[in-house]
Design a protein around this ligand. Structure first.
Ligand SMILES: [Zn+2]
Length: 236
């Protein structure tokens, strides 16, 4: 567990998987560089999706890694899945939701970055579908952790965003409340992401109660307008 800085929120530690989220004042770039150096030293790889708020989730296979250096940036990508050892999947977060997934039976791990666009477009579903269709995972073996991110309490949006959610995911009305201000709505991104993975048969789901806007151990774009980010990571 050489990644442990002592401050990380640890996820899936009962499954023998190294996964977590760094916390302030740790900076994502610094921690990712350390992890990339560790990967290089040990013949592994570090994956950095470049995060476009899209829904592309890339399977990291042996074929994909062939001929590549240990530090790999992937354009137009918001998530990754792998069954290979010593491949660290990463993403950066400052209110957007990290979605971690693991299938201990088949040894498959995944990580996705879900802001509001990715949530509305269903990246959580793409993550578990990639595990099911590409890696042959059974939904009942998949555990999902919806990590710290902006909560329903603080994710206030205008009517057009709320309408886009209803248009794309008509069932998500339950996850949208009218806000205190006229014309404003509060959206539960974590709840919608959990519902999206449930639809594909995943029932082992845990949702972090931490709202990044409220928690001082978190970087929050909405609270501070900061460019500082937390690093989500997972490795088997
Ligand atoms: Zn909040």
């Amino acid at each position: 567990m050489s990644f442990s800085g002592g401050m990380d929120i640890r996820i899936f530690s009962d499954k023998g998987i190294c996964a977590g989220l760094t916390q302030a004042p740790d900076l994502s770039d610094v921690r990712r560089k350390e992890m990339a150096e560790e990967a290089e030293r040990t013949g592994g790889y570090l994956i950095r999706p470049c995060l476009t708020h899209g829904v592309r989730v890339l399977p990291i296979t042996r074929g994909f890694l062939e001929g590549k250096t240990s530090y790999i940036e992937i354009e137009d990508c918001d998530g990754a899945v792998t069954d290979l050892e010593n491949v660290t999947l990463t993403s950066t977060h400052g209110d957007c939701i990290p979605i971690y997934a693991a299938d201990s039976a088949r040894g498959v791990i995944g990580l996705a970055h879900a802001g509001w666009r990715g949530t509305a477009d269903g990246i959580a579903a793409v993550l578990v579908l990639t595990m099911i269709q590409v890696y042959g995972c059974s939904p009942q073996d998949i555990s999902v952790y919806i990590g710290p991110g902006i909560g329903r309490c603080h994710f206030e949006v205008s009517r057009d965003v709320a309408e886009e959610f209803i248009e794309k995911l008509p069932w998500c009305e339950d996850y949208i409340d009218e806000g205190a201000k006229p014309g404003k709505y509060m959206i539960d991104l974590k709840g919608i992401n959990a519902e999206l993975v449930k639809m594909f048969g995943v029932s082992d789901i845990e949702i972090s109660p931490v709202c990044t806007v409220e928690d001082e151990n978190c970087y929050s774009y909405r609270r501070d307008g900061t460019q500082k980010r937390m690093l989500a990571y997972i490795k088997k």
